[in-house]
Design a protein around this ligand. Structure first.
Ligand code: NAD
Length: 253
């Protein structure tokens, strides 16, 4: 396998499980040293050890797990500072951390709305601001924000989540324009229905119905999202910024 991120440094938020874990694992397989950040610091450390234990990436490609709540300005700043202290640079930063608080508008509380907006929008904005500050000094870097096809189509029961995920697209494009002349790229990925702990929480009949609506007739795997992230993080996409890649098996095309 050609390694696309040899000697690079990557940070992934929400990396203890699901899509974030697979993104971290795939970046590491491509030669990057990866910092896995998660609200659950112990789980992040375990995930980092699991990846290191696979021993695929080899020398100089260590993984680290750290606690970080992406809604906290101080904690995101300290994640960036720790990474630069340890590795000297940040080449790829992936804003992946996310939550759902699904309910119809009749039942959704203001707390459900604020929590989802805060993790996705405030969290992604903090990650973009802090990572791009380091990258503009380096005159290189790639930021990848994990949106969702829910932000394109709007899902009933997800007025909070759909708003946050659509907001990530606007944030991605605005930030991309601000930092493009520093050779810093900002792109987004919109996964469709992906098999993770987040979607395992859905009632099986709802999951099956959503799967039936996908033109490719199956849910996606986290590794299929990770492939798009590696592409956007690597020199293969060196002239691509402000874009959104859909990883949805043709859903909502
Ligand atoms: P998941 O619930 O399996 O994992 C999310 C991770 O984020 C967890 O480890 C959790 O601890 C962490 N996290 C939550 N809040 C955090 C915070 N404040 N700070 C730091 N970490 C935090 O979810 P997933 O399915 O792997 O989703 C990952 C991303 O992909 C999310 O942004 C999600 O919205 C998006 N996405 C998922 C799907 C899907 O079908 N699974 C589809 C489209 C988009």
């Amino acid at each position: 396998m050609e390694r696309l991120l040899e000697n690079q440094v990557a940070v992934v938020t929400g990396a203890a499980q699901g899509i974030g874990f697979e993104i971290a694992r795939t970046l590491n397989q491509h030669g990057a040293r990866v910092v896995l950040a998660d609200l659950d610091g112990d789980a992040a450390e375990r995930a980092a050890r699991d990846i290191a234990g696979e021993g695929i990436a080899g020398e100089g490609t260590e993984t680290t797990g750290v606690a970080c709540n992406v809604t906290s300005e101080d904690q995101v700043r300290s994640l960036i500072r720790q990474t630069v202290d340890q590795h000297g640079r940040i080449d790829v930063f992936v804003n992946n951390a996310g939550i759902t608080r699904d309910a119809s508008m009749k039942k959704m509380t203001v707390e459900d709305f604020d929590a989802v907006i805060s993790v996705h929008l405030r969290g992604t904005w903090l990650g973009v601001r802090e990572a791009s500050a380091v990258m503009r000094e380096q005159k290189s870097g790639s930021i990848v924000n994990i949106s969702s096809l829910s932000g394109k189509s709007g899902n009933p029961g997800q007025t909070n989540y759909s708003a946050a995920k659509a907001g990530i697209v606007g944030l991605t494009k605005a930030a991309a324009k601000e930092v493009a002349h520093h050779n810093v790229r900002v792109n987004a990925v919109q996964p469709g229905l992906i098999r993770t702990p987040m979607t395992a929480a859905m009632p099986p009949d709802v999951f099956a119905q959503r799967e039936a609506d996908v033109p490719m007739k199956r849910a996606g795997e986290p590794a299929e999202v990770a492939g798009a992230v590696v592409f956007l993080g690597s020199p293969l996409s060196s002239y691509i910024t402000g874009t959104v890649i859909e990883v949805g098996g043709g859903r909502y095309m």
